[in-house]
Design a protein around this ligand. Structure first.
Ligand SMILES: [Zn+2]
Ligand SMILES: [Zn+2]
Length: 339
C-alpha cells in the first residue's frame, strides 16, 4: 500500500510498503479522504518538525471503510466510518475530567495525542486505528466529506453555546468558515476579518453579515458603525498575532470573551492591563472531546450545514506534495486528499 511520508522540510515521498499490522483493539481502515490541516502545513514547512518525529505520515482529518477488525465491536468489515484522531489513555487526570485532547499520553512537545502527529496518519491508502475511535456513518454518505468532519468538530467545539450574539471571527480559512456557518445557525451576527480579500469574499458567500480587512486602519470604528451601538460579545481568533490580539482587545465589549484557537510563532505581548480594565475573558481552546466530535458527525450526517463548498481542491494521494504546495501558494480554504 502507498503512503505519503514527510521526511523533512518540504520533502514528501510516496512510499509503497506492506499494510499496517493490527494490534489488539485496532481496525484497518481504507482511507477515502483526508483533509490537509494547517498543522500538517506547519510540519511540512518545518515549523513543528521539532514536535513531530520524521519520517512521519501526517493527516488526521479522515474517514473510510473498515477492511479488517482485531477486537470486539458492533462494527463490521465494510462499514463506512469517520475517525476521531485523538488517542487518549482514558485514565489520566485530564481524560477523567473529559478533556481527552489534554491527555498526558501525548508525550512531551506533541500538542495533541493525535493520529498524524504522535503516530502515523492518514495520507495513506490504509491506516490502523483504535476501534474505539471509529464512528459509523451511513453507507450512502458522501465519503469526500469525511475529509472535513474533523475541522467541523473543531469549529463546533469553538462555537458551542454561542447564540444570539455579535461575533467577530478573525481568519476566514477552513475552520473559520465552518465556524461562521455554525454561528449563523444559532442566530448570531457574524463579522469576518481577514487579510485576504479572497477569504473575505468566501466569508460573505458563507453568510457573514459584515467583512473587514484586518489591515484597515478604521477596522474597529467600522465594526462599531455596523453594530449601531451594539457590542461585540465574542472574538474567535483563528490567526494569533500581536496585531490580531491588539484588534481583539480593542473591539471586544467589556466583559466579552476572546477565544484564541491558533498558536503563533511570534511572542505575544498582550495588553494585560486592558484585559483587566475591560474584564475580558481570555480563553485558549484546542480541539474537542469525543462527545463533541460525535455531535459534529451528527451535524454533517444530518446535513445541518453545507460544508461541501468549503472544499477548494482535491488531489490524489500520489500528489500529496503538490497538494501542500497548492494550499500554501493559493491560500485556499480546504484541500483534501482523496483515494
Ligand atoms: Zn486539523
Ligand atoms: Zn489520558
Amino acid at each position: 500500500m502507498k503512503k505519503a511520508v514527510l521526511k523533512g522540510i518540504g520533502d514528501i515521498e510516496i512510499v509503497d510498503g506492506p499494510e499496517p499490522i493490527l494490534k489488539d483493539g485496532e481496525a484497518l481502515v481504507e482511507v477515502a479522504a483526508c483533509g490537509l490541516c494547517h498543522s500538517d502545513v506547519d510540519s511540512y514547512l518545518g515549523k513543528s518538525l521539532d514536535l513531530i518525529p520524521v519520517p512521519r505520515v501526517c493527516g488526521h482529518e479522515f474517514g473510510g471503510t473498515i477492511k479488517k477488525l482485531n477486537g470486539k465491536t458492533k462494527l463490521k468489515v465494510g462499514d463506512s466510518v469517520v475517525v476521531s484522531p485523538i488517542i487518549s489513555c482514558g485514565n489520566c487526570y485530564y481524560c477523567k475530567m473529559g478533556r481527552d485532547q489534554l491527555c498526558i499520553s501525548a508525550g512531551k512537545g506533541v500538542q495533541i495525542p493525535n493520529i498524524g502527529q504522535a503516530r502515523d496518519g492518514a495520507f495513506a491508502e490504509m491506516i490502523a486505528v483504535p476501534i474505539c475511535n471509529l464512528i459509523k456513518i451511513p453507507d450512502d454518505f458522501d465519503m469526500e466529506l469525511t475529509g472535513i468532519i474533523e475541522p467541523v468538530a473543531v469549529a463546533y467545539a469553538d462555537t458551542k453555546g454561542i447564540k444570539d450574539s455579535n461575533v467577530v471571527i478573525i481568519g476566514a480559512g477552513g475552520i473559520g468558515l465552518i465556524a461562521l456557518k455554525l454561528l449563523k445557525q444559532n442566530n448570531n451576527r457574524v463579522i469576518a476579518v481577514d487579510i485576504s480579500s479572497k477569504s473575505l469574499e468566501r466569508a460573505k458567500k458563507a453568510g457573514a453579515d459584515y467583512n473587514v480587512n484586518i489591515e484597515d486602519k478604521k477596522r474597529v470604528e467600522k465594526i462599531e458603525d455596523f453594530l449601531k451601538g451594539g457590542f461585540v460579545d465574542y472574538v474567535l481568533n483563528y490567526h494569533l498575532s500581536n496585531d490580531t490580539m491588539d484588534f481583539a482587545i480593542a473591539v471586544i465589549k467589556k466583559y466579552g470573551e476572546i477565544k484564541n484557537m491558533s498558536t503563533s510563532d511570534e511572542k505575544i505581548e498582550t495588553d494585560i492591563n486592558a484585559t483587566i480594565i475591560k474584564e475580558i475573558k481570555m480563553v485558549g481552546h484546542m480541539a474537542y472531546t469525543m462527545e463533541e466530535f460525535k455531535e459534529a458527525v451528527d451535524i454533517i450526517v444530518g446535513k445541518k450545514i453545507n460544508v461541501k463548498d468549503v472544499i477548494s481542491a482535491k488531489f490524489p494521494l500520489e500528489k500529496t506534495k503538490e497538494a501542500f504546495d497548492y494550499k500554501i501558494k493559493e491560500n485556499v480554504a480546504k484541500v483534501i486528499i482523496v483515494n
